[in-house]
Every structure is written in C-alpha cells, then in structure tokens.
Ligand binder design. Structure first.
Ligand SMILES: *Cc1c(COP(=O)(O)O)cnc(C)c1O
Length: 441
C-alpha cells in the first residue's frame, strides 16, 4: 500500500516539479557524458524516475512512528484523535471564530479553547497562540518590556531549536536578572534583587534535561510569597498531576508538575505547549489571572501570534475531552498508558498474521514521552525485533518504502509498538515481512 501511495504521488506531481526533476536528471547525465561516460537512454529514464520519486518522497506525508518516542518533534509531536480531527474538519468552512451568534457582534477567538482549557486546569482565563515559544514571547513582551525579569541561573536553558531563554528576554527588551548558581538557587537570592522595576520572577521548567545531585531550586509556592507575579514556562503541559482522565497517574509522570497545581501554588501565569503532554495540535496555551491574560490579549503581538480556526477547533475538542475526563479521545494518553499485555498481544498478532517466527521476536524496550518532557524517565514498552543483514539499509528501506521510522539495536531493527497507533499494526507487519524478504542475513 505504501508502494502504491508513493507511485501515485509521483504520477500526481505537478507538471513543474516533474519538469524540474527531468532537467536535473538531464543536466547530470550531460555532465557525466562530458566526463566520458556512455549512458543508455533507458538509464537516464530510470534516473529521472528515481529523482521524481525523491521529490515525491520529500512532500509532507503520513509516517509511522516506531521509535518509542511518543512526542517526536521531527515527526509532528502528538497524534490527533478522531474527535479532534472531526472538529478540525467541521471548522474548515465559516465558523463563529470571532463572532457572537446571539448578538451578531464581533467576538474573540480566545473565548473558545482558551476559555475551556482555563476551566480544565482551574485558571481564571486563558488564550491560545501558535506555540509555547510564542506564548513566552507574548507574556514577556506584555509584562516585562523595559523591566527586569528575575531568573535562576539553573533555568537559563536552551529548550531546543535555538530557543534560548536569555535571547528571548533580550528580544522582548526585558532585562534579565540572573540569580543563584547553576545548581542552587534560594528564595533569598530572588528577594535581594527585587525592586520597583521588577516585572516578574520567571521559572522555566527544565524540560529537556535533569539536574541531579547537590541541587536546590525555589518552588513556585515560595516565589509567590514575593511582591511580583510568578510566570512559569511549564513546557510540556500536564494539565493536572492527579490525571483525573486516567484510572491512576502513571509512575513515570512522577516529577512532572501539573498546570493546575502550579496555579494553585500561586503562579500568576503559566504557559505550555498544545502538542506535548496535552495531546493536541501545535499551539501555545497561556493561562492565569484574568487581568494579566487580558493584557496579553490586548498586546499588538497577540495579533501576530494568533492561531487559525482549525487549531482552535482541534484544541476545543481536546479541552472537552479533558473536561469529560475522557482520555479515549487523546491518542497520546492511550499510547502512553497502554498495558504491556495489550502491546504483547498486538506484537504476537502481527507476527502470527504476517511473519515468520524465526526472524522476528517481541522484545522488551523502553519508550519515552519525548518532546522535551520527562527527561530520564522511560515507559516500559515492547518492540518487534527483526534480524537483518544490514541495519542502516534496512532502516532506510523502512523510511523510504514504508514511511516507518524504526530504530537500530544490537544489529537488529526494532519497531516499538507503544508509539505506533493500533490502526497501523497491519502496515508494520507488511513492512517487516518485506524487510525479512529483502534483507536476509
Ligand atoms: C517545548 C518547550 C518550549 C517550546 O514550546 P513549543 O510549543 O515547541 O514552541 C518552551 N519551553 C519549554 C519549557 C518547553 O518544554
């Protein structure tokens, strides 16, 4: 099936892309002929097809995430559920995005998902922007321009993709006041520097690394005793530590602060991603006190960072799932909390229907939340392991022919089943059968 999809992609490529592929092929053939090569017409045609295939292969397309990293940033982070996708489709025409149906007057796009997500985590108010980086920028630009922002030296981090806390502060013309040391910062350190020009204390969740050993950090509750607002960049967006949408909180979530608890501890504003542990479309969520959120909404940058109707519709469905305490609508939580027995049954079913037992095994593996959440914590998982002659080529074959991203371990190819949707099992089976036939050791 993956083969057919690729082939049809090539056939359906716009004329200009095909022409460009043909030109590239002819130019390369010319060069080789000038260097004395003898080329058959059929060879050039074959090369043209390879080039066109490569062009089709670079288009945005569905992939299967068999890495075990549930929130894989390069693979588009959280998978969306049916109710989220339906909501997005339903919002694709005209909507009441900024329209009050009752009065016919102009409304606010923040009254939808922003309001519902605030409700779901116990905040007074909320708003949505394009991603969490944008959320942090907007909060700093609104509350801290020309003022001082106090940050622990232990939290002056690079979050990824060049998003560095000190640089963001500089961009928003806020003055960074560093306090404490890399490993230890106390309340007294913050207290000493607060003055009339201090806008806030900023806490950044160390989401993609973990400090262990001789460390000490100041809690949100402690910072809230100071005279300035506490702003928290929570990053991954676990709405509530108690996970009321699950039967019980999974142990690997242990160190992850909840948005609800951070607000309860006294944070004035908390920002987080929509497509990490929240399990929704790419977005940034800002929740907090009504007064401060209102100021963020009024800032000119809010216009530049706003989301479109489809994102807001998708997030509304996600917010409703949380308000219903129904994780069945959020694939991230389904995958993260699937029982090992369920993964084992899926693994065995794939083997029994498609594969020869002597080359494939179900093996223990460690999955992870990913997306910069919960560093150092793994989730027990299972993988299908296949013995192949050449792991690098086999992985490439899986990517290009079957659109599956798998992993290498001990000379075998592994497909972690926790990050694979149950609806994708048949494709994994077919791909591994092909792998076994193509890469016999
Ligand atoms: C992931 C993360 C960000 C960036 O969020 P995006 O939604 O990717 O823009 C910022 N801060 C923290 C702490 C994060 O974990």
């Amino acid at each position: 099936m993956a083969h057919l999809q690729r082939a049809s992609n090539v056939a359906a490529l716009p004329h200009d892309l095909l022409t460009a592929a043909a030109r590239t092929t002819i130019d390369e053939a010319r060069k080789r002929i000038e260097q004395g090569a003898l080329l058959e017409r059929s060879e050039i045609l074959e090369q043209a097809e390879i080039t066109a295939n490569a062009v089709a292969g670079r288009l945005l397309q569905p992939m299967i995430n068999a890495t075990g990293i549930l929130l894989h940033t390069n693979l588009g982070r959280a998978p969306l559920g049916t109710s989220t996708i339906d909501a997005i489709i339903h919002a694709s025409g005209s909507t009441n995005l900024e329209y009050i149906i009752e009065t016919g007057q102009r409304g606010s796009r923040h009254d939808h998902a922003g309001h519902l997500l605030a409700l779901a985590c116990g905040a007074e108010a909320g708003m949505i922007v394009n991603n969490n980086a944008a959320a942090v920028v907007l909060v700093l630009a609104t509350l801290a321009r020309g003022k001082e922002v106090v940050v622990s030296r232990g939290e002056l981090v690079e979050i990824g993709g060049g998003f560095r806390v000190p640089e963001i502060l500089a961009e928003t013309s806020a003055q960074l006041i560093e306090v404490g040391t890399t490993n230890r910062t106390r309340l007294r350190d913050y207290e000493k520097v607060i003055n009339d020009n201090t806008a806030m204390t900023l806490k950044v969740h160390a989401s993609n690394y973990r400090m262990v050993g001789f460390t000490e950090a100041t809690s949100v509750a402690e910072l809230a005793t100071l005279s300035v607002p506490v702003v928290v960049d929570a990053g991954s967006g676990l709405l509530d530590r108690d996970t009321p949408w699950l039967a019980q909180p999974p142990s690997w979530l242990a160190d992850e602060p909840g948005i609800r608890q951070t607000l309860d501890d006294g944070a004035s504003i908390v920002t987080f991603s929509g497509d990490k542990l929240l399990g929704g479309p790419q977005s940034g969520i800002i929740v907090g006190t009504r007064v401060l959120i209102e100021r963020c909404k009024q800032h000119p940058l809010a216009r530049a960072l706003r989301c479109d109707k489809t994102t807001i519709a998708g997030l509304q469905a996600v917010a409703i799932a949380y308000l219903d305490r129904d994780a069945s609508q959020i694939p991230l939580w389904q995958r993260a909390t699937a029982e090992m027995s369920e993964l084992r049954a899926r693994g065995n079913a794939i083997i029994n229907t498609t594969l020869s037992l002597d080359r494939v095994a179900v093996v223990d593996h460690e999955a992870a939340a990913g997306g910069g959440s919960l560093p150092g914590h793994t989730i027990p998982s299972l993988a299908l392991a296949v013995v192949v002659s050449d792991v690098t080529s086999a992985l490439r074959h899986l990517r290009t022919r079957h659109h599956i991203v798998a992993i290498a371990r001990d000379g075998r190819v592994l497909c972690d089943l926790r990050s694979v949707g149950p609806g994708e099992d048949a494709l994994i089976g077919a791909a591994l059968a092909d792998l076994i036939a193509t890469f016999a050791p």
